[in-house]
Design a protein around this ligand. Sequence first.
Ligand code: NIG
Ligand code: FE
Length: 394
Amino acid sequence: MTSEAIVNIGVLATMDDGEGPLGLRRDAAVVIEDGRVAWIGASADAPAADSSYDAAGAAMIPGFVDSHTHAVFGGDRSAEFDARMSGAPYTAGGIRSTVAATRGASTEELAARTRHLLDEALRQGTTTAEIKSGYGLDLDTERRLLEVAARFTEETTFLGAHVVAPEMADRRGDYVDLVAGDMLAAAAPLARWIDVFCEEGAFDVEETRRILAAGRDAGLGLRLHANQLTMSGAAALGVEMGAASIDHCTFLSDEDVDALAASDTVATFVPGAEFSTRQPYPRIERLRDAGATWALASDCNPGSSFTTSMPFCIALAVRDMGMTPSEAIRAATRGGAQALRRNDVGRVAVGARADLALLDAPDPVHLAYRPGVPLVDRVWRDGVATTSWEPRAS
Ligand code: NIG
Ligand code: FE
């Protein structure tokens, strides 16, 4: 059993017990033992530990919980981004070019790419990441993508219903059968969640209902890409079916907001997608007033949001969605954990995983106040200070 005391933390944002919405504790220390938080208190009272790290008055937050990524893919779509920034619209169709590149990549090439993205995310403070399949769209490639995802995270999501596979474009009923049948059977042992892109150009509400129900019967939890491009009815469906999270929520009706507030479904916002598709940003006021729970995630993918940076998403949410800095930082940590129905991450509490990000800043507000500046100084994941993403030991 080894222990480390992190002392002289100027402001510790626990997302748990403490002052204000971030659960702040000042002049604090945290003791880590065997990958978990064993003690939190005043720095002056910190118990002896095997080693000690002096935070020198800086701010510390829990590692970010990025509850929505598509971090296994091949290829590059910078030309599509370039065209979009010159006026072309974003459509679901671009996914097909990534599908072609992904199918053509070896499993080891895909895994190397995913590792690179996760290392990049970790250095920006992310310690938990969900990863979806969805760029394979045939049984073998979807399984390969989930095998890669499962090397890196326990939060794996089967997204065979991203769009209809190109070779089955004129047989969409057969593709829905495949996703809800053999593909799901192959994916289920490797996935914790099932997700559907319920949108014009992807899957309609009835197809989505059927695929999600099949996933639930196979033991998977439900998540949903909902109301990204249109007011599609997906958000209401997700709440009705008890999804852990409905994601994007760029367009929500007042009824959707009320339904969310009355449920334990989390609304996950991905402002990197609005940024990269030049869509309007959703606003937070109605959710705040209604008392709904929300999260922030990167949506890291090569088409609509090629960022791994949760600090960037926080800055966007504050500047363009109307979140306060505290709301955005909480949404990127505790909110992400709630969207994944996890209690062991996203907060600094005795017994929780020792996933911590020390900032090169005196206050967590700097994450929004100093956009684009690499403020994450040191990251502990499972109690170990690290700059590379390893699978969790347990
Ligand atoms: O979350 N909305 C669907 N899927 C991705 C985009 C995928 C792509 O364009 O490659 C998203 O934005
Ligand atoms: Fe997405």
